[in-house]
Design a protein. Structure first.
Length: 220
């Protein structure tokens, strides 16, 4: 079973769906709202990738955005539709969408969703697909954890030691390996990649994107 498919099965787990259904009332995080208000075209056509049950999708809809919620977990989409049938929710994969070129004014991929993809190549493919369906003047907001502020902490040092990795002299493959995590929650297994900042910059550059804002305090 691949890491991505493992995540898909986990996000279709009823306990996880229930958790996200309870969490939906949280709405947009404060920093998300600030960035959306600053960088998103007001009222524009907006894609919420990895929308889950609609934590961010519903507030975007209420703000007047023409929003589509996209998630690969069918049960998440079913739960989202039960909460708000006025929103256009779709089951789909950001690695290969059916959207037209330059269809969206704004794209959001929140809650570390991009880093749930199992390989660097998949994450790059997702960003390239985002770039394809985003208008030239459009903006893409995503969040991610990052290793640069954690490599001196005991967990990462112990992991590096167990993998025979010198954190001061790592190869590219070792950086990727160190960032790959297998997590467990609500009886389900999850894959999450925690990148170094240069990896994020490399990925965006290869996809042809320009960074407008980056905040290491909240992982933006």
């Amino acid at each position: 079973m691949t890491t991505e498919r493992s995540n898909e099965a986990s996000y279709n787990n009823s306990a996880i769906v229930d958790y996200y259904s309870d969490f939906v009332s949280t709405g947009l995080f404060h920093y998300e709202e600030l960035l959306i208000d600053k960088y998103f075209a007001s009222g524009g056509k907006t894609l919420d990738v990895g929308c889950g049950v609609g934590r961010a999708t519903i507030p975007l809809f209420e703000k007047g955005y023409k929003v589509i919620g996209l998630d690969f977990a069918e049960k998440m989409i079913m739960a989202a539709k039960s909460l708000n049938r006025a929103i256009d929710y779709r089951v789909g994969d950001i690695l290969s969408t059916r959207f037209d070129d330059q269809e969206f004014d704004n794209i959001l991929f929140s809650f570390n969703g991009l880093m749930l993809l199992g390989t660097y190549e998949e994450r790059l493919k997702a960003v390239k697909e985002t770039c394809r369906i985003l208008k030239p003047e459009g903006n893409f907001i995503f969040t991610t954890p990052y290793l640069d502020n954690k490599t001196l902490k005991s967990y990462w040092l112990e992991k590096a030691f167990s993998l025979d990795i010198d954190v001061q002299n790592m190869t590219w493959d070792q950086q990727l390996e160190l960032g790959d995590e297998q997590l467990e929650d609500y009886g389900s297994d999850f894959f999450l990649h925690v990148p170094f900042i240069p990896e994020i910059e490399k990925m965006l550059d290869e996809a042809g994107m320009k960074v407008l804002f980056f905040n290491t305090e909240v992982g933006l």
